[in-house]
Design a protein around this ligand. Sequence first.
Ligand code: NAG
Ligand code: NAG
Ligand code: NAG
Ligand code: NAG
Length: 386
Amino acid sequence: MASKSGLVAAVFTSLAVAQKYPPDAVDKLGIDALPNLREWLAKNPQGNCTLETAVRRKEWGDLSTTERKAYTDAVLCLQSKPALTSHQAPGAKSRFDDYIVVHIQQTPRNHGSTFFLPWHRMYIAHYENALRTECGYTGYQPYWNWGRYAHDPASSPLFNGDPYSMSGNGAPVPHTGIPFRSAPPPFNIMPPGSGGGCVTTGPFANMSVNIGPIAPSLTLPEIPANPQADGLGYNPRCLRRDLNIHSAAVTTTNYTYDLITQNKEIYWFQTVMEGQFDQGKYGVHSGGHYTVSGDPAGDFYVSPGDPVFWLHHANIDRIWWIWQLQDLERRLVEVSMTKTMLNKPPSENGTLEDMNNLGVLAGDVTTRELMSTMGGWGGRLCYIYE
Ligand SMILES: *[C@@H]1O[C@H](CO)[C@@H](O)[C@H](O)[C@H]1NC(C)=O
Ligand SMILES: *[C@@H]1O[C@H](CO)[C@@H](O)[C@H](O)[C@H]1NC(C)=O
Ligand SMILES: *[C@@H]1O[C@H](CO)[C@@H](O)[C@H](O)[C@H]1NC(C)=O
Ligand SMILES: *[C@@H]1O[C@H](CO)[C@@H](O)[C@H](O)[C@H]1NC(C)=O
């Protein structure tokens, strides 16, 4: 057993050796709070899930090129396996598409509601497990620390378009900005990004987007409407991106640091994270989505159809995890908001006993089971972020 200081030192050492990016202020909030987690585990043992056995999810830029390629190969593999949801969605052509179908079906339930954070935690863990068990991936779900690259996402290891990236920007095409209908001017329109065309570089250059669009941020005559009103019909087209530095500007380390340290209640933490559009504040959640933008990354419903969605939402999960670490006794049992998006239509307050599910992919799991990354979901969750 490593001692408390031994573990912290080991984490520091591995960061120092592996990272060309020194820990930023948000990373440090996590690292400095690991002793809290060790103390909590001493009081609340989680069987075989300990700080030593827990999986470590890593930042994309800290993975080796071999590890990055193993990840994108596994995603391409998932895109080649037959769908389980085609009876519900004719557009679903692969196991990768199954996850988009589930997201579309549950979008109004799982955003701006009590389910936002726990449901996405379950969703990512299920996807990570599919990559491992169905596609032979031996790593874990990487995340995208937005703040590292917010000054220039296009040159980041995620989006530089090399064979070890998540593919690059779309080719530049003229297009309008991103509408935010509930925001006051000048925030009701975000200036357009630098792409908009098809992605032609990196591992996902040839990928087919099959489902949607439903609520796109990018509209071009070349993007056909879906043949079905619910967006689940088959509509094959290229992956488009529109990297946007205006959106990236609200995902700096400062924004995330303030989000974690200045919001002591889950209601405010989640509200500031998801955005306060009526005040012209986009929040880091929208900020990350619209940094990529395009089709389908900028589509509220279909966004998981851009493979980088999963790295973005892993970071959302990481920021929640770091926030929870600051006060575990309270924040592992704190939920808020109601069961419908922005309480429309009006609904009951959320509780720890509410059920989360992934449609045909996974049955009911209580929110209580999804609050802790250490031993939650009957032991299926056992991870930390480094
Ligand atoms: C702990 O045990 C459970 C049930 O046997 C297993 O599914 C899980 O992978 C184990 N976790 C670790 C970290 O060993
Ligand atoms: C995309 O398809 C073209 C034509 O089939 C092929 O030459 C190219 O290698 C493919 N690129 C990737 C990244 O799969
Ligand atoms: C981040 O915060 C530091 C300390 O408050 C400040 O000096 C710096 O200008 C901020 N950077 C940005 C990009 O807001
Ligand atoms: C729901 O939560 C709000 C905010 O915490 C609280 O004011 C309200 O009384 C709760 N409603 C019910 C029915 O418990």
